[in-house]
Design a protein around this ligand. Structure first.
Ligand code: ADP
Ligand code: MG
Length: 257
């Protein structure tokens, strides 16, 4: 699958502790460009922590993470590893776009203003170009007519679609979704999953933490099951969701269905 042979994400023996708790315990994972990996598992199993470590919202305690071939958080200097500055970490973080459970739109900005904010202020794009791209992104998520609406005037599903457009406006190489539909009323889940399905088909590399097993079955190239900070089982959706090898995976799937 990987055209270059370089994984989009490589995590090697990653451990992340909060006090004495190992939120991630020796996690290794490789994701090729274009893959859609769904991460499932019980609450507290480390799913959010894994995403947050991949895009450096958290600092790992041991192991290493590469994004698109670049070691995150450190640089080589005379055979030693030196921690990156905040500025360099901010630059690395641009490789991934993140969509959270809560929509996190800027309340005082319209849909369009939310989307152009990053391109204009961070990427120093021309405002005119940023607006044209934002309009195209709004059309892509089915919200062209909501260009000038404020978040309070949008449904949860619409806000989440704007949040996806806003992340895409930064031209990430990787998209991370942390339970993007968990806060939505049931009737609004489908419209967000449809946007994510289109994004997957466009070839975007995606890591999706979700309890939507139907989406995982249909869209994921691979499903990863986590429990207690460990990666317990992974494989094609039909295998992990349909014929899980591990008892913990079976118990989880039985509880979610
Ligand atoms: P999940 O997303 O699978 O529900 P998390 O990654 O959020 O799990 O959390 C994994 C474990 O780490 C949980 O036990 C959680 O309580 C703990 N944890 C997460 N973030 C923090 C934090 N900032 N401080 C202390 N403990 C945390
Ligand atoms: Mg979580």
């Amino acid at each position: 699958m990987a055209e270059t042979g370089i994984p989009m994400v490589k995590a090697l023996s990653v451990t992340k502790r909060f006090g004495t708790l190992a939120a991630l315990d020796d996690v290794s994972l490789e994701i090729a460009p274009g893959e859609v990996v769904c991460i499932v598992g019980p609450s507290g199993s480390g799913k959010s922590t894994l995403l947050r470590c991949i895009n450096q919202l958290e600092r790992i305690d041991s192991g290493a993470i590469w994004v698109d071939g670049e070691l995150t958080g450190f640089r080589q200097e005379g055979g030693r590893l030196v921690e990156l500055t905040d500025r360099d970490i901010a630059r690395q973080r641009l490789a991934s776009g993140m969509v959270f459970q809560r929509f996190n739109l800027f309340a005082h900005m319209t849909a369009l203003q939310n989307i152009i904010e990053g391109p204009v202020t961070v990427l120093k794009r021309q405002r005119r170009d940023a607006i044209a791209e934002a309009e195209a992104l709004l059309a892509r998520v089915g919200l062209a007519e909501k260009r000038d609406a404020y978040p309070s005037e949008l449904s949860g599903g619409q806000q989440q679609r704007v949040a996806i457009a806003r992340a895409l406006a930064m031209k990430p190489r990787l998209m991370l979704f942390d339970e993007p539909t968990s806060a939505l009323d049931p009737e609004l889940v489908g419209e967000v999953l449809a946007v994510m399905r289109d994004l997957a088909r466009s070839g975007m590399t995606m890591i999706v933490v979700t309890h939507e097993l139907g989406f995982a079955r249909e869209v994921a190239s691979r499903v990863v099951f986590m429990d207690q900070g460990r990666l317990v089982e992974q494989g094609p959706p039909a295998q992990v969701l349909g014929a899980p090898q591990q008892q913990r995976t079976r118990d989880f799937i039985a509880a979610v269905l």
